[in-house]
Design a protein around this ligand. Structure first.
Ligand code: SF4
Ligand code: FES
Length: 266
């Protein structure tokens, strides 16, 4: 099917959509997709609601492309966060068809089929909603800062670099990959229900330093994570591991921190 710009592009239920002249040419191979987005304007709305847009998309487009299309051609007030568009910065975590994903890493063909051409996009859960798909990340970063995510040393400065064996480096290799997107933390039911829990991402970033042979602040971090807001709140639901766009074994990292706490040995 060849699509033309008069294929009903625009917000569903709004007859005053953009005219064909205002729209970019539709590429060969595009299909019509309905994108349903949770919208919320704190200045106008009492509660979030959903709005749907019918737009053309290529199977290889990313969900972020669809959001850009809606913002640039249909509704410039649509608000979301993104930066790199290449899965590096971690700023566009959102719920896509109910799962925490990075909008720049999910392709249209991953979420639609011949029978189902609708995609639902919502903000991540458990953080204060600011507008549309934008949440306040401050509680997330507060928990991150709490675990002291930096190298701590108490001994005299060495006269040359700290030597680390490949085996020692391998102990925390997985957790160095974190891009702080919050997909793990905001997929955790414990985090949704208990404000105080530091959440998986903070523990992943504590793990990265606790198991670094050059670091000397491991016991301090374990102390922080042993309190009521720490690792013992984890119920091992594995949502975090499923959600991580970097493939980090989040639950395994949490278990390793729990074990280090139990045996007081890093
Ligand atoms: S562990 Fe994975 S899901 Fe969690 S913040 Fe880091 S990159 Fe994102
Ligand atoms: S925009 Fe940077 S990770 Fe998606």
């Amino acid at each position: 099917m060849t699509l033309t710009a008069d294929t009903g592009i625009g917000a569903l239920g709004d007859p005053s959509g953009p005219g064909p002249a205002q729209l970019p040419p539709i590429p060969d191979g595009a299909v019509m997709v309905t994108v349903t987005i949770q919208r919320f304007n704190p200045e106008l709305d009492e509660a979030p609601h959903r709005e749907s847009y019918r737009i053309p998309a290529l199977p290889t487009d990313r969900i972020l492309n669809l959001l850009h299309y809606i913002k640039w051609y249909i509704d410039g007030t649509l608000t979301f966060r993104r930066s790199c568009a290449h899965g590096i910065c971690g700023s566009d975590a959102m719920r896509i068809n109910g799962r925490n994903r990075l909008a720049c890493k999910v392709l249209v063909k991953d979420v639609i089929t011949d029978k189902k051409t609708e995609v639902t996009v919502e903000p991540i859960k458990g953080l204060p909603l600011e507008k549309d798909l934008l949440v306040d990340m401050e509680p997330f970063f507060e928990a991150y800062r709490k675990v002291q995510p930096f190298l701590i040393t108490h001994s005299n400065e060495p006269s040359r670099e700290w030597i680390q064996s490949p085996e020692d480096r391998a102990r925390f290799d997985d957790t160095t990959k974190c891009i702080l997107c919050a997909a793990c933390t905001t997929s955790c039911p414990v985090y949704w229900s208990e404000d105080a829990y530091v959440g998986p991402a903070a523990i992943v970033n504590a793990h990265r330093f606790i198991f670094d042979s050059r670091d000397q602040g491991g016991q301090e971090r374990l102390e922080i994570l042993s309190d009521a807001e720490g690792v013992w709140r984890c119920r091992t639901t594995f949502n975090c591991t499923d959600a991580c766009p970097r493939g980090i074994e989040v639950t395994k990292a949490i278990q390793e921190v729990k074990r280090a706490l139990m045996f007081r040995r890093i």
